[in-house]
Design a protein around this ligand. Structure first.
Ligand SMILES: *Cc1c(COP(=O)(O)O)cnc(C)c1O
Length: 392
């Protein structure tokens, strides 16, 4: 008999009833150090006082009004994002997947309106993840996500990650609208795109007059130690997808774009019932105020250094379990020699939550405000988990 919850997830038998900072309490009372943060969502941990205050204050005023009205909380958040980034304009969604949908529509409409309707194809990369909608799975292209769900949305081509020659050739095609890439692949196994590749990608887009589209759903919102990961390379995209961290746990996403890239998105061309509603944007504003602060980001970088050092030590202590550490800021991956899901399960046993990813990696995407004590405790609990997997 099919479970009453559609069984598309392999769920662990853990039910969390309370969260505080980087800690979660299970129904049976056990405490877990949460290094997954809802997969890079809870950027300020659980039950952050400023987010609770923003949410409850807004809840007592007005939860939802349609986008046919002006929403001051949405306007305020858009102004903040525009002030802090390359973008001239924002559209708010409820998820990363919806942001992907709009990014693709926006790119195609841009060229349609520019009198180049043949430019519809988007270049994407193997190992990428852009959500589970028809556009999202077509964009990522992996058989794991697309098999059985055809016919797929046309207009995507997939290149090997890091193959500059293939990219140079593809970008010259007359049907290309843009290049879509995660500056740090998340689901694909914490694979950062080197800064020079992002720069080269920007140059290719400029040379051919195509759009640079970044998916910062997982790597954005302070995760890598800059507000957005592309800032490390000193380049700016034309369109950027944001979600996960921006709501700190409340469903919220956004597409940020330059005025030129967004030029086709006039009244009536796109919409969302919930996207950018007062509750979501009240929380988004509170997240943005904290995470975009330079002192906060400096602390993210310091803590990232500390955590990475601990992970290097962990790898050195358990050479039969781990191969190495990779990633950027507080978006870290442990490449495993044992099966990654065994590491995740061993963590359940020692009270530490990490997340599996592609390429046999376990991901650490902790709250950006985890404490130095949390980092020390992470090392202890991960070491115990790894010890249970050491070759005899
Ligand atoms: C999670 C994720 C998405 C999809 O976001 P949802 O909120 O799950 O729809 C898209 N792109 C990347 C890079 C992601 O990590």
């Amino acid at each position: 008999m099919i479970p009453s919850v559609l069984p598309t997830y392999n769920r662990a038998p853990l039910s969390f009833v309370k969260g505080e900072g980087s800690w979660l309490t299970e129904a049976d009372g056990r405490r877990f150090l949460d290094l997954g943060a809802g997969i890079a969502v809870n950027v300020l941990g659980h039950a952050h006082p400023a987010l609770v205050a923003a949410l409850t204050a807004q809840a007592e005023q007005v939860w939802h009004v349609s986008n046919v009205y002006t929403i001051p909380q949405q306007q305020a958040l858009a102004d903040k994002l525009v002030a802090a980034t390359f973008a001239d304009t924002c559209f708010f969604t409820n998820s990363g997947t919806e942001a992907c949908e709009l990014a693709v529509k926006m790119a195609r409409k841009h060229f349609y309106d520019a009198g180049k309707p043949e430019r519809t194809t988007i270049i994407a990369f193997e190992g990428s993840f852009h959500g589970r909608s028809s556009a999202g799975i077509a964009a990522a292209g992996s058989e794991k996500m697309t098999k059985g769900f055809g016919p797929l949305l046309p207009g995507f081509i997939h290149l090997p990650f890091g193959d500059h020659e293939a990219l140079t050739a593809a970008a010259a095609r007359p049907d290309i609208a843009g290049i879509l890439v995660e500056p740090v692949q998340g689901e694909g196994g914490i694979r950062p795109l080197p800064d020079q590749c992002l720069k080269g990608l920007r140059d290719l887009c400029d040379e051919h007059g195509i759009l640079m589209m970044l998916d910062e759903v997982q790597c954005g919102m302070g995760r890598t130690g800059k507000l957005f990961a592309h800032e490390w390379a000193g380049v700016t995209p034309d369109i950027m997808m944001v979600a996960k961290g921006i709501g700190g746990g409340f469903p919220l996403g956004a597409v940020l774009a330059s005025e030129a890239a967004a030029s086709g998105m006039t009244a009536g061309t796109h919409g969302s019932t919930y996207g950018g509603n007062p509750l979501a944007c009240a929380v988004g504003n509170a997240v943005m105020d904290i995470v975009s602060d330079d002192a906060f980001l400096a602390e993210v970088n310091r803590k990232a250094g500390l955590l990475r050092q601990k992970l290097e030590g962990l790898v050195a202590s358990h050479p039969t379990v781990f191969e190495g550490v990779r990633g950027s800021g507080l978006m870290l991956g442990l490449k495993c020699k044992v099966t990654n899901t065994d590491v995740v399960k061993a963590g359940y046993g020692t009270g530490v939550l990490v997340i599996g990813a592609g390429d046999n990696v376990v991901r650490l995407l902790p709250a950006l405000n985890l404490t130095d004590d949390d980092i020390a405790e992470a090392a202890v609990r991960l070491d115990k988990a790894a010890a249970s997997l050491d070759a005899a």
